[in-house]
Design a protein around this ligand. Structure first.
Ligand code: BEZ
Length: 393
């Protein structure tokens, strides 16, 4: 069902009531302005993606602090909720933030399955939502909504870049290994599309349940597949274990992918050396914004920045663009959305913009893990936009 901008949501009804009240009380606007804006952070603070949620949070706090604690002149109050990367709890958790805590904005989350649960609620409530990681394709495709923006990536984008690079190198057949939910299976599609575009083919996809790490049965199949390369999507703790076990299994085909070595190199150690990944960020990106960002992040978090930190920072940057355009008057939804859609942001990853389906447009870099860093060695796809198939805004 297509999202209808005309449908009166609970939020619109509440706003209607608020508008009536404001016209009756001349000081209402000033009182509303004095109130801090509540920003809900629905992120994983436990489980395999805990570090991802923490880094996103540190970076959001960092951007708000850099702006003096205010965005568009409004104080910001953060309300944090641990979603545990559990899709089954997502609608209820989102309800808690939207209905009980009455957040003005929701920033979340990391896991694509949880994002689908959030989406169900916020399409109905109309809450401004900014996605700082989860790549579920549908959110900026057939299920796109005017109040939902993504500052991270679609699951299709990075693996598409990786497949393109392999195909251009002459790889004819490759396999993909991942968890069996949207982030893994949609990444496989992107990888296959990139390979096909450059004359190769994705011939096998192997999956296991999220967040399982029983990789041995999958690893045992790989040498028999007749492929020249293996691509994979895993992240956080799962990625650490997969990369170590792949190396220990002595598999000859080179391992590549998306995310696989991001924020995990210290823990992966020598097993990660030489692994190529395509991603919209790399450790050595030498631009003034990234250099300042990495230094500030290290000061705050006492650890190195990674792509998740960048995405958190950019989510807050995007919100700042919207709020600054309306001087903090978030009730001016049209003004906020218009400014966010037109945003041109100086990100640590390089310049980014927002596509018509409200998805980030960015370079996909080719990186190689070397000496504990994901070094940028080329551009896999320049200014890549998700196709946004089926989105009508
Ligand atoms: C996802 O579920 O969309 C996701 C999780 C971790 C890293 C990248 C994507």
């Amino acid at each position: 069902m297509r999202f209808s901008t005309n449908r009166p949501t609970r939020r619109h009804l509440l706003q209607g009531a608020a508008a009536t009240a404001l016209s009756a009380v001349p000081t209402g606007w000033a009182i509303a302005q004095a109130r801090p804006l509540k920003v809900g952070l629905m992120l994983p603070y436990s489980g395999t993606f805990a570090k991802l949620g923490e880094n996103i949070t540190f970076a959001i706090e960092m951007l708000i602090a850099e702006k003096g604690g205010k965005l568009g002149g409004r104080e910001i109050q953060l309300v944090k909720l641990d979603d545990e990367s559990k899709p089954e709890n997502a609608p209820q958790n989102t309800d808690r933030l939207v209905k009980r805590d009455q957040v003005d904005v929701l920033i979340g989350t990391v896991h694509s399955g949880v994002q689908m649960g959030i989406h169900k609620v916020v399409r109905e409530s109309g809450t401004l939502t900014i996605i700082p990681n989860a790549g579920a394709n549908a959110i900026t495709r057939a299920l796109c909504a005017p109040n939902v923006f993504r500052a991270s990536f679609s699951n299709w984008q990075c693996p598409y870049g990786m497949g393109l690079v392999l195909g251009k190198r002459g790889v004819k057949k490759a396999a993909w290994v991942s968890w069996d939910y949207a982030a893994g299976t949609e990444a496989a599609e992107g990888f296959g599309d990139g390979l096909a575009k450059a004359g190769g083919e994705l011939t096998k996809v192997l999956t296991l349940k999220f967040p399982d790490t029983n990789f041995q049965p999958l690893l045992a199949q790989l040498p028999e597949l007749g492929v020249e390369a293996v691509g994979a999507f895993f992240a956080g703790g799962g990625a650490v274990q997969f990369v170590k076990e792949y190396k220990a299994a002595g598999i000859k085909m080179p391992l590549c992918g998306a995310f696989l070595t991001e924020g995990t190199l210290d823990a992966q150690g020598a097993a990660a050396e030489g692994i190529e990944t395509a991603l919209h960020y790399g450790d050595g990106l030498d631009n003034p914004k990234n250099n300042a960002f990495r230094k500030a992040f290290l000061d705050k978090a006492k650890r190195e920045a990674d792509v998740y930190a960048v995405q958190g920072y950019d989510s807050a940057q995007l919100l700042a663009v919207g709020l600054e355009a309306v001087k903090g008057k978030i009730e001016d939804e049209a003004g906020v959305y218009k400014a966010m859609r037109a945003a041109k942001i100086d990100s640590p990853r390089g310049p980014i913009s927002i596509s018509p389906s409200q998805e980030v447009v960015h370079n996909i870099y080719l990186r190689r893990a070397e000496g504990g860093l994901n070094k940028v060695v080329g551009i896999a796809a320049e200014a890549l936009a998700d196709p946004g198939t089926g989105c009508k805004l």
